[in-house]
Structures are given as structure tokens and as C-alpha cells.
Design a protein around this ligand. Structure first.
Ligand SMILES: [Cu+2]
Length: 119
């Protein structure tokens, strides 16, 4: 259901040339998923290669938005990071640069604790 959550801004602005922009196709945590507290390995997978060094990730919790350093990814279509989370509602806000030069953005809301993990 990722097309519901990922905004493809590049193609609104640059209609007609949008073959290789990055669309998110899988993520850990899942959108609206539940994860246990502690260390969380974030993995956002796209349909194309991304420039991780020029992509951004924010972890939003309440009124606090922390910039998360982008880590080493196993493959060039993945944005990876490691964060620490405690019980509550969170949202990951990502912005990635695809190799075609187009930027896309999206959000992954998730909850820490409270229910059994679905991961
Ligand atoms: Cu594009």
C-alpha cells in the first residue's frame, strides 16, 4: 500500500520525465507497524538506486524531530539507519535523491510498544 503514503513530488513538477525516480516499495518498520523499544534498524527500500549521501531522514517523536545519520546500506536501493526508540508514537520522514536527479519524500508512521510486534 505504499503508493498511498509516498508523495512523488518530482513528477508533479516535472511531468513527463519520471522513469527512474525513487518510489518506496518496502520498509522496516512497516507503515503503521509496531516495534519493540530499544535499538531499531530502519530499512527503507526503493524501486531504484538512490544517492544515500544526499538523502535525508528525520525521526519525529512528539514535538521533537531529530536528523538521523544515514548508515551503510547493503544495496544501493536502500536507505538504512539505526535509531533508539522508547514507547510512543513516531514518524520517519524521508527524502531521497534518485540517480535520475529527482527527489521524492514520504512518511512512515509507527508505534513503539503497546502491542505485539508484527515484524
Ligand atoms: Cu522522477
Amino acid at each position: 500500500m505504499w503508493k498511498m503514503h509516498g508523495a512523488v513530488l518530482c513528477c508533479v513538477l516535472l511531468a513527463g520525465r519520471a522513469e527512474a525516480h525513487a518510489i518506496i516499495i518496502d520498509s522496516t518498520p512497516e507503515p503503521y507497524g509496531h516495534v519493540p523499544s530499544g535499538a531499531l534498524a530502519v530499512t527503507l527500500r526503493y524501486n531504484s538506486r538512490i544517492d544515500a549521501g544526499r538523502s535525508k531522514l528525520l525521526l519525529v517523536h512528539g514535538d521533537v524531530a531529530d536528523r538521523v545519520p544515514v548508515g551503510e546500506a547493503s544495496t544501493p536501493d536502500v536507505l538504512a539507519a539505526s535509531v533508539q526508540v522508547s514507547a510512543g508514537a513516531y514518524e520517519l520522514r524521508w527524502q531521497v535523491l534518485a540517480t535520475d536527479g529527482h527527489v521524492t519524500r514520504g512518511r512512515v508512521p509507527f508505534t513503539v510498544g503497546g502491542e505485539a510486534s508484527k515484524q
